[in-house]
Design a protein around this ligand. Structure first.
Ligand code: ZN
Length: 202
């Protein structure tokens, strides 16, 4: 053993964090060793608090410390539209572009047969219940444009066929400020398939 046992143990635990290898974990451990006591106490309290207080909203399955979450409580948001996303972090991205507009439903994953994730392993049954209960009129499916994201979108279309609900899918194509030269053929295909009219011919 290279370092005193408490340090070794901390390095071991820190190296389990995503993107943190042994080297970064060692650097973090020594940073903490030399940090102010108040900072270290606050940090460990925050870590514990996250597990104690943060849970999923019983309606939209966003992460929250109050249930229903502030987004579901917000009366100004559209009542009959649901924006369906894969993860809470995806909600945050849409919310930063359109603050206060949509209600959401977070699936917590996508259908992935290879990994054994079926529709009942993600929050699709709950979404279906919501459509019926809340009288949702439009679904915006904002899953990623991956094979799994597209499969999930198509499955949702089948799943809600019986309801009077219109379904749109976010477009995929060339990013703003992008260059066609560097875009892969599938994205080009999607961009052309989803092209928009600038002017109607007469
Ligand atoms: Zn909610």
């Amino acid at each position: 053993m290279l370092y005193p046992e408490p340090i070794e143990r901390l390095i071991e635990r820190l190296s389990k964090l995503p993107g943190i290898g042994k080297k970064s974990a060692t650097r973090l451990a020594f940073f903490l060793l030399n940090a102010r006591q108040t900072y270290v106490t606050e940090l460990s309290r925050s870590i514990a608090e996250v597990k104690e207080k943060v849970r999923l909203c019983g309606t939209c399955f966003n992460i929250t410390d109050i249930d229903p979450c502030p987004i579901c409580r917000d009366e100004r948001r559209s009542r009959d539209t649901l924006c369906v996303v894969e993860e809470p972090s995806h909600l945050m991205v849409i919310e930063s572009a359109f603050p206060g507009v949509y209600r959401y439903h977070i699936l917590h994953g996508v259908i992935n047969p290879i990994e054994g994730i079926g529709p009942d392993e993600i929050r699709i049954p709950e979404m279906r219940e919501r459509i019926a209960r809340e009288g949702i009129k439009e679904l915006i499916i904002a899953t990623n444009p991956t094979i799994e994201g597209n499969t999930t979108a198509h499955y949702i279309v089948e799943m809600v066929r019986e309801f009077q609900v219109s379904i749109t899918r976010i477009a995929s194509g060339i990013p703003i400020g992008g260059d066609i030269v560097y875009i892969d053929p599938l994205t080009i295909k999607s961009a052309l398939d989803n092209r928009r009219s600038l002017k109607e011919g007469s």
